[in-house]
Design a binder for this molecule. Sequence first.
Ligand code: ATR
Length: 273
Amino acid sequence: MTQKLGILGWPARHSLSPKIHRFWFREHAIEATYEIMETPEDALAIELVGIRSGAFRGVNVTVPHKEKALTLVDEADDVARRIGAVNTILVKEEGKLFGSNTDAFGFSESLKQSGCDLADVAARPVILGAGGAARAVVAALADAGAKDILVLNRTRARSEALAAEWPIVRAGNWEDRDKALEGATLLINTTSLGMERKDPLEISLGALPKDAWVTDVVYVPLETALLKAAKKRGNRTVDGLGMLLHQAQASFRLWFGITPKVTDELRAHILAA
Ligand code: ATR
């Protein structure tokens, strides 16, 4: 029987996840479908009822549903609970929903594949943003031994909430972001700023040490203005596509017990319109 998979989000129509997973279905000769399931804010619970029954193997969950999904699954693993959000659901026997979160793995694996071991840059990371992606990055950095993570967010209450939850997080002022880069070992943009059709990320990298790494969760465009500016002054950079592909890799592994490969061929396939 064909196994069904999909992604629940709102809006989700531009999601690249179907393309990634279908590529791997072909590669591994798995008979499965992966569809975008546009799910408005208040429709997650009802959508999950449908997923419990029928032929679903699992789903991905994206904005704005990741936090809510944690409260709706029957069981969640440690990483999902620590992050406070679920991005991958596996349908177990009798329609039981098992929630996990592969975003932290996606982040650390993407950096690793680019030659950046998180443990080597965990001394003083600076995170821009305090949403779901930032929470996953904090979890990954915690696992890599970070003890002092600075989180700057436009809405200060959100960075303070993160700091209240994680003793290793300090909240700073969004307005002070240029100066906050002094002594930083790693700069991560988890905001949507710099994304196509969104506002630009205004930041001056002048104070950032030249040996710091810079990464962006935004992948449209692949080379954001932040990454371009960082590269120009000699910082090493990692684009946001790697995190997307590696979180998908871990989701696929949860569903099928197979670790699919993230290759240049896959990257090229995803980047081709
Ligand atoms: P995700 O789960 O993908 O991280 P999110 O929870 O919507 O998405 O978070 C988006 C991040 O981008 C937030 O940190 C948000 O800041 P606020 O908490 O203040 O909303 C940040 N962001 C979005 N637009 C922004 C803007 N114009 N200026 C500064 N930060 C912005």
